[in-house]
Design a protein around this ligand. Structure first.
Ligand code: PLP
Length: 363
């Protein structure tokens, strides 16, 4: 059978998002994993207890509460919205998928403030949409007028990631408000990293029916392996997203785990504050190094530019990898020539990274 004949054009054209896992690399050695913005400073013992308790609480012979109902209730209570203003999925990634599934088809344009998280483009194109880029300014600020000027009647969604991955900065609320007031479509603000920043636009959902805020349990809560993301939006938006969501999309263990984690928010919050302090420490140490320039951060990662002559970010990334430190090369992206993104880890991870980077720069 010629399978190519029956595959839709959008699926044929999409580039498979490949993720290199640790198993693909040297598995026996100690790897310092600072490439995916996970949170290894999250309280491992508390998380383990929560997972064990969740296992005891649930009966996995039964289907889970539909549409993640148990997690929806816990999250809605936590963020101060009603259940009908929250929708959950297997990570913020799947929330993006569902949003595009609900609002994007051939002919739809999706405007994205870039450079940013690549999955907006991936899912927009999967449903036949066209991504339109509006680039940040060289200092990574939003050019709101430029963004708005790129929107037309076919533009249904506008994505802004704040704090932005990979530039690490959070955009001012006044910028988001201007977009909400002037853009004739949904403004999706991806706040996967907002707990590491000083603010959030979550409460604006009460005033703007065109605002969708995305959140994730992968970063602040250190629950990347559990897979839970959510959106908060007007109930009409939530209704449409739920229409395209499978009946039992989120498993019962995940739902129970996030409900239990939210009950222990103060413990997680304390670790988040610790990551912020560690970020500031790492930033100050990177500032002392010759051959790189580091940018400020409102997230749990830092972006730095390799400025040493005849050295590229790709080479630095490779040399760090030979020293068992994994970081993300972002040097191929617009505005980010020779830039590398590094996750803030525990003090020992950060020290291992600093020492490997120093050796790399002196090589
Ligand atoms: C900006 C941004 N949004 C969303 C995600 C995906 O989050 P999740 O793990 O909940 O799918 C990531 C993951 O790195 C991210 O950087």
């Amino acid at each position: 059978m010629n399978i190519d004949k029956i595959v839709p054009k959008e699926v044929k054209n999409i580039i498979c998002y490949e993720v290199k896992t640790i198993e693909d690399r040297k598995s026996s050695e100690q790897i310092v994993k600072m490439d995916f913005n996970e949170n290894f400073a999250a309280p491992a013992d508390v998380i383990q207890k929560i997972v064990v308790e969740a296992c005891k609480d649930v009966d996995v012979r039964a289907y889970p509460p539909p549409k993640g109902g148990l997690a929806v209730k816990a999250i809605a209570d936590f963020v101060g919205f009603s259940d009908c203003e929250v929708s959950v999925a297997n990570g913020a990634d799947e929330i993006m998928d569902l949003l595009m599934k609900a609002f994007v088809r051939k002919g739809t344009k999706v405007l994205v403030a870039e450079p940013s998280f690549p999955m907006y483009t991936f899912f927009a194109e999967l449903y036949g949409g066209t991504k339109v880029s509006a680039f940040l300014e060289p200092d990574f600020s939003l050019n709101v007028n430029n963004l708005l000027s790129k929107a037309d009647k076919k533009t249904s969604l506008l994505f802004v990631c704040s704090p932005n991955n990979p530039t690490a900065n959070q955009f001012p609320e006044s910028d988001i408000k201007k977009l909400l007031n002037e853009f004739n479509g949904l403004v999706v603000v991806d706040e996967a990293y907002a707990d590491f920043a000083s603010g959030s636009v979550l409460n604006l959902v009460k005033d703007y029916d065109n605002l969708v805020v995305l959140r994730s349990f992968s970063k602040a809560f250190g629950l990347a392996g559990v897979r839970l993301g959510y959106l908060v939006a007007d109930k009409q938006v939530v209704n449409y997203v739920q229409k395209v969501t499978g009946p039992f999309n989120v498993n019962v263990l995940t739902q129970r785990i996030v409900a239990l984690a939210l009950q222990q928010w103060s413990v997680f919050k304390e670790r988040i504050d610790h990551v912020k302090q560690e970020r500031d420490w790492l930033l100050s140490k990177l500032k002392e190094l010759k051959g790189i320039t580091v940018f400020p951060s409102d997230a749990n990662f830092l972006l730095f530019k390799v400025t040493k002559d005849n050295l590229t970010s790709a080479t630095v990334k490779q040399r760090l990898e030979t020293r068992n430190v994994l970081v993300k090369d972002r040097g191929h992206l617009p505005l980010l020539e020779n830039c590398i993104r590094v996750t803030v880890g525990t003090r020992s991870m950060n020290q291992a990274f600093l020492s490997a980077l120093k050796q790399t720069l002196e090589e």
